[in-house]
Design a protein around this ligand. Structure first.
Ligand SMILES: Nc1ncnc2c1ncn2[C@@H]1O[C@H](COP(=O)(O)OP(=O)(O)OP(=O)(O)O)[C@@H](O)[C@H]1O
Ligand SMILES: [Mg+2]
Length: 330
């Protein structure tokens, strides 16, 4: 299963993603955390050494190697450059078995601490400054997620601020998206934007909201007044523990969190666990997004018809089982 944490800058995405990662790991889950923000904060919060830039997924040589591995012998992807951000897996593609430490991509690019693994998408390379956009970096994350078999693991993504996910396939690649909202008008506006975009994209069922940094009963009432009860999983208060750790620039530890805040993290976990794993539904959604993406003129003029990359015979669950059996026998 997969969960992402989104919201406005500074709302608490990284903090909640880190706490959730630690809680899920304590529950015995095999967790792969992904830092998908250009400001890389998740390693420090989780107490990891900062991973080497050579392992960042968006490093050009890493991204190329990953795409090469994922493409495998998929005859529907002709030249490597036709492997676009929305290209779905098809016959011959390699999936990423995220629970398997020997999976080539997990082994090469993740770092491990205790039972948790971490992947970092990466920041701008020097030559990108002033000439690039973070969407380019996130494209490799789209490929990784679309090929990730996460039936035996939990993928937790700390996303970049804002509504970027709607300019890509990322909004449709998670079972649950947690929008972190502060008790301000700006926070509510971000919720309204997100809710509308999710509704238009047909993925409102995957969106839930968590209030954060609530200091008073008035602030709590403000959030509950503006966020419908069925959307709101709970609210974390302004946490003295998190404030102290932040001042010390230190890692955070779920076990030290105030019990009432810890309860909200548990509620998010329970909400995710209630969902059923349906990779085929996710894949079919990706097919729709792929059709839309590759029908744009700049793609058709350069590459022709890439809708042929959709392999209607591809059964994600069957492929996962097949590739897992193959990995264990080799
Ligand atoms: N419940 C809380 N109580 C107290 N402080 C908090 C709480 N949640 C987050 N913070 C603090 O708020 C600040 C922003 O948190 P965080 O970095 O997690 O936000 P973010 O949404 O990931 O930000 P960015 O958009 O920069 O990535 C940090 O100083 C963090 O310690
Ligand atoms: Mg952050």
């Amino acid at each position: 299963m997969r969960i992402s944490f989104v919201g406005k800058g500074g709302s608490g995405k990284s903090t909640l993603a880190a706490l959730f990662t630690q809680y899920a790991s304590r529950q015995g889950q095999n967790v792969v955390a992904i830092d998908a923000d250009l400001n890389i904060h998740l390693p420090r919060l989780l107490g990891f050494e900062k991973p080497a830039a050579e392992t960042y997924l968006s490093e050009p040589s890493v991204a190329l190697a990953i795409k090469d591995r994922l493409r495998g012998t998929n005859a529907r992807i002709g030249k490597p450059e036709t492997f676009r951000k929305s290209t779905p897996p098809g016959s011959g593609s390699h999936l990423i078995l995220v629970d398997d430490p020997n999976d080539p991509i997990i082994r090469s690019y993740s770092t491990k601490k205790d039972e948790t693994r971490l992947l970092v998408v990466g920041t701008y390379a020097e030559e990108d400054i002033g000439a690039s956009c973070y969407h380019n970096n996130l494209a490799i994350l789209e490929n990784v997620l679309s090929h990730a078999a996460d039936d035996k693991a939990l993928v937790v993504a700390d996303m970049v601020a804002g509504t970027d996910a709607f300019a890509s396939t990322l909004h449709a690649q998670f079972d649950l998206t947690i929008l972190v909202v502060e008790p301000t008008w700006r926070g509510i506006e971000v919720y309204k934007d997100y809710e509308r975009l999710c509704r238009q994209a047909g993925c409102l069922d995957t969106l839930k909201v968590v209030g954060n940094k609530i200091r008073t009963e008035e602030e709590r009432a403000f959030v509950t007044k503006h966020i419908p009860a069925e959307m709101l999983l709970g609210c974390l208060g302004q946490s003295p523990y998190l404030e102290t750790q932040d001042r010390n620039w230190g890692p955070i530890e779920f076990a030290q969190l105030e019990p009432e805040n810890a309860l909200v993290i548990r509620t998010i976990y329970d909400a995710l666990k209630r969902l059923s794993y349906d990779p085929q539904k996710r894949l079919e959604k990706l097919w729709d997004l792929h059709r839309t993406y590759v029908s744009q003129r700049f793609i058709t003029e350069r590459f022709g018809d890439l809708t042929t990359q959709i392999d209607p015979t591809f059964d994600f669950t069957q492929e996962t089982t097949k590739q897992r059996a193959c990995n264990t026998t080799h």
